[in-house]
Write a protein of this length. Structure first.
Length: 230
């Protein structure tokens, strides 16, 4: 019988060890016992984890033998770093799931139809387009002014190498520097506005696609079909 059912023998040994550990500890309703496995794979029970086994994780059992917690063993710096990386990855995954659920709730609470989403998209696109047109028109004015100044300074030194050429007036030099700086600034602003418009359209496209999926799930569910899992 023992040869055919070795797992029963091991279970009896573990139970006996646990009973002995509980008997050896003071009787208290809050007394905890630690269960751990040593490097040889042997399971131990005690009221404390010995120093030589401190590298092993230990399970905390209450007075009824029910697991109530875990005491982690010592970790190397590499192990700590790996655990921190794993926890950070898990946290990011949980946040992504929570954000996705919140986005779904917002879509269903904000819109009734795809046409409503498209109308809002078009209104925002008109605003961004208008801002880009204003910036573009101002940029053209600055470039015209910059070109005029660049032509003007050619009459002065150091742009004009003629011995009789006058020195470049300081106000003209400052105006050229300021205008050139403004051109660069408005060019960046125009690029940002164009990128904002592209990002906005991409986000609305994603929202519309997801809204359609959610509405289909609602329709299938109302008809008694099994909703698709995302």
């Amino acid at each position: 019988m023992a040869l055919r059912r070795p797992y029963l023998f091991v279970g009896l040994l573990a139970a006996a060890a646990f009973g002995a550990a509980m008997a050896a500890t003071p009787s208290s309703p809050t007394q905890s016992v630690y269960k751990w496995t040593d490097e040889k794979g042997v399971v131990h029970y005690s009221d404390a984890v010995p120093a030589q086994s401190a590298d092993q994780d230990a399970t905390v059992l209450n007075s009824q033998g029910v697991p109530v917690g875990t005491v982690p063993g010592r970790r190397t710096p590499d192990q700590l770093a790996a655990e921190a990386t794993r926890r950070a990855k898990e946290d990011r995954a949980q946040q992504a799931v929570a954000q996705s659920r919140q986005r779904d709730q917002n879509l269903l609470a904000t819109y009734l139809t795809v046409e409503e989403i498209e109308a809002l998209r078009d209104r925002r696109a008109d605003i961004l387009d208008g801002q880009a047109r204003v910036t573009s028109a101002y940029l053209e004015q600055l470039r015209t002014r910059q070109h005029q100044l660049e032509q003007q300074v050619q009459r002065f030194r150091p742009y004009n190498t003629s011995p009789n050429a006058p020195q470049l007036p300081e106000p003209v030099a400052e105006d050229l520097v300021r205008t050139t700086t403004d051109v660069a600034t408005q060019q960046r602003n125009l690029e940002i506005k164009k990128q904002d418009l592209a990002n906005m359209k991409a986000q609305f496209a994603s929202d519309i696609a997801r809204f359609r999926e959610l509405k289909k799930i609602e329709t299938d569910y109302s008809r008694g079909a099994q909703p698709a899992r995302n």
